[in-house]
Ligand binder design. Structure first.
Ligand code: OAD
Length: 244
């Protein structure tokens, strides 16, 4: 199933960088954004998760985010997440970049996680930036900041906003300097995350994609591992435990 070339890279690389998207959490029961189950009231994420939507209609905006938070509250990591904890143990230079805001990599036990799009289980004040982790899942109206009483929003990057500079720099640096890069469960449509695997490849990394579907990235990868992340990542860890 894995090529000889990939087995050699897995065995000898010191630096592994991984990028994950909603697909890695799909087997935990979290709907992906662009799958059939990802729509909310027949509306696309590009309409709902925007700074404009928050400013124009915070009530509707918060209904969507409250729904997503409630979906996540009892969700547990799956074997794919746990395999990435093993990979962090195995590789001396391991970087995990995620577009997911569900926090499941940290819950699984990964230490070094770059949450490129933030974390949905925190509120951030739209005025003073105060971060609050004591969130209310039974919202009756858009929540207000406990410090300055202005409207808060989830601490996620919305369409129309820039990513945190330091997180993005770390992600770019770890992509451009790794020997092996694995893109997992992402449709590779949203920038700047979508460019990270290409930067890795451009700088000499062996590029692997794990996804049951083809994506715009597929044509550029050195190896496509077509299937679900839990199964494929568990196999990779089993092989590595024998080899390294
Ligand atoms: P998408 O919903 O766009 O893509 C999910 C990908 O996961 C698809 O390519 C699926 O084929 C794949 N997939 C589904 N089940 C899988 C499984 N069991 N194993 C592996 N792959 C599987 O989600 P993202 O690419 O994460 O950003 O979306 C990127 C960003 O767009 C999100 O972070 C979010 C969204 O708008 C913001 O909100 C800023």
């Amino acid at each position: 199933m894995f090529s000889e070339k990939l087995l050699l890279r897995l065995k000898h690389s010191s630096g592994l960088t991984v990028l994950t998207g909603a697909g890695i959490s799909a087997e935990s029961g979290v709907p992906t954004f662009r799958g059939k189950d990802g729509l909310w009231e027949n509306r696309k994420v590009e309409e709902l998760a925007t700074i404009n939507a928050f400013q124009k209609d915070p009530v509707q905006f918060w209904k969507f985010y409250n729904w997503r938070r409630n979906l996540l509250k009892d969700v547990k990591p799956n074997l794919g997440h746990y395999a990435l904890v093993d990979l962090e143990r195995i590789y001396p230079e391991f970087h995990l970049i995620t577009q997911n805001v569900d926090g499941l990599h940290t819950t699984a036990g990964n230490k070094n996680v770059i949450e490129l799009h933030g974390n949905i289980m925190r509120d951030k004040c739209s005025e003073c930036g105060y971060l609050n982790t004591e969130i209310n899942l039974e919202l009756k109206e858009p929540p207000k900041c406990t410090k300055c009483d202005k409207l808060t929003r989830p601490d996620v990057v919305l369409f129309g906003e820039n990513l945190n500079n330091s997180d993005l720099s770390k992600a770019q640096e770890s992509s451009a300097t790794c020997e092996l890069f694995i893109s997992i469960g992402t449709s590779s449509l949203v920038e700047p995350a979508a460019s990270l695997p290409l930067s890795a490849k451009g700088n000499g990394a062996y590029l692997v994609e794990i996804n049951p579907e083809d994506t715009p990235l597929t044509q550029f990868v050195d190896e496509q591992l077509k299937g679900k992340s839990s199964k494929i990542l568990t196999q990779i860890v089993m092989i590595l435990d024998r080899m390294r």
